[in-house]
Design a protein around this ligand. Structure first.
Ligand code: GLU
Length: 418
């Protein structure tokens, strides 16, 4: 028995086992590679604005420490559990290794609904959570970042709480900070920019023209909205957008500026009058060239995989496609998947740049950041699709195999301890 059991953790283990069989990893090496190195579970009591005391539960999971400190976001969402966070930490390990970053994977989260917390409650929650995990994090230990439900201000509170404890500013303890506190230019846009860059590379390889293509985006947070803007900049029509509260569809293209303004006012794409309302599940199966799931795990399943009408599935989210759906997509053979650990790696790549800049107290301009980002993504894209062609495996198996093999080899070189 282990404490991580959860459908998403089982899914990550199933993906791992498939790749471990393909790489012929001996049984004796598998549990060490797959199971998290360590995890911390904390209670977070805060005073609500009403004066009542409420206890929230938070987690931080470090998947492996073989290649350097661990890296990964902090998620605020009502359904956060230790097992979900552990799965996300495992994917961070393979993602960092695929991109060649000197990190293991980590993830953290607090089970809460940030939409129901005031700004002062959110600050108290964040500061108390950070306080509880101080011995577990640090620029050479584990470096948190934003994820679903968290943002720059939350990273600023984390950095401040950690720094106050240490008696001096420690900007390198978190990434995704405001630029004025040692954040990197281009970090906020990095994940979406990377998703759009790789979706364009995938379209190129199929001979599709970006300026004649259409896209549907599930999720309109930091990743989905920037992906939409970047795709639109290359002439791609965004015909559908969904978020947690609703979905909209307009085959002639959704005006994004107006949509951004609507979301800023109402907090959701729902109620946007310049497009039709559509059932969010039905939106995923409308015709488009590029489908971008950029929200939660397990959205493309055995129930909708055969109905997708896209040519490219660009996974902005972590774990949006289940292994059962992967098998159906492979049978179909007409959807090019850009797997999550490649497709959304832009965020952690620029987080790595931010950490490097903080350690050196020497900051880069946006051109340097974006140029280096694209070079790393281009390299990972080329390696993944070459491996996929040469070894006759899916792009997901290729990306995971490249990441897992690097961690496996490093563990063999170092020995049993890390
Ligand atoms: N939360 C993001 C991810 O899932 C970014 C992690 C980071 O920047 O450390 O990749």
């Amino acid at each position: 028995m282990h404490p991580y059991d959860h459908p998403t953790f089982r899914m990550a283990c199933e993906q791992f086992e498939l790749v471990a069989d393909f790489l012929e990893i001996p049984q004796g090496d598998r549990a060490r590679l797959c199971m998290p190195k360590r995890a911390l579970s904390v209670s977070i009591p805060i005073h609500r604005d009403s004066g009542a005391t409420e206890v929230f539960y938070g987690y931080r999971v470090q998947h492996h420490l073989t290649l350097g400190p661990t890296k990964g976001g902090i998620r605020y969402h009502p359904e956060v559990t230790l097992g979900e966070v552990a799965a996300l930490a495992m994917w961070m390990s393979w993602k960092c290794a695929l991109a060649g970053l000197p990190y293991g994977g980590a993830k953290g989260g607090v089970a809460c609904d940030p939409a129901t917390l005031s700004a002062t409650e959110l600050e108290r929650l964040t500061r108390r959570f950070t306080q509880e995990i101080i011995p577990f994090i640090g620029p050479q230990i584990d470096i948190p970042a934003p994820d679903l439900g968290t943002h720059e201000q939350i990273m600023a509170w984390m950095m401040d709480t950690y720094s106050t404890h240490h008696g001096h500013s420690v900007p390198g303890v978190v990434t995704g900070k405001p630029v004025s506190l040692g954040g990197s230019v281009g970090r906020r846009e990095a994940t979406g920019r990377g998703v759009a860059f790789l979706a364009n590379r995938a379209m190129d390889s199929l001979g599709l023209r970006a300026d004649q293509a259409t896209a549907i985006i599930q999720g309109f947070g930091n990743v989905g909205s920037v992906t939409a803007q970047c795709l639109a900049r290359h002439g791609t029509r965004i015909v559908g957008v969904a978020d947690a509260r609703g979905a909209i569809y307009r085959p002639t293209g959704i005006p994004l500026q107006e949509l951004e303004a609507h979301v800023a006012r109402h907090g959701s794409v729902a109620g946007f009058t310049e497009a039709e309302a559509i059932d969010p599940a039905a939106l995923l199966i409308q015709p488009c060239d590029v489908l971008v799931p950029a929200a939660l795990e397990r959205q493309i399943t055995e129930h909708n995989a055969l109905q997708l009408r896209c040519r490219v599935l660009a996974e902005g989210a972590n774990g949006p496609t289940t292994p059962a759906a992967d098998r159906l997509l492979a049978q179909r053979g007409d959807v090019l998947v850009v797997p999550d650990i490649l497709c959304n790696a832009g965020g952690v790549v620029v987080s790595y740049f931010e950490w490097v800049q903080d350690l050196q107290s020497f900051f880069w301009n946006e051109t340097e950041v974006v140029d280096r980002l694209y070079r790393i993504l281009e390299g990972a894209f080329a390696q993944t699709y070459k491996f996929s062609r040469d070894r006759q495996v899916s792009p997901r198996t290729a990306a995971l195999a490249l990441g897992i093999e690097r961690v496996w080899k490093a563990k063999k070189l170092r020995g049993l301890f890390p």
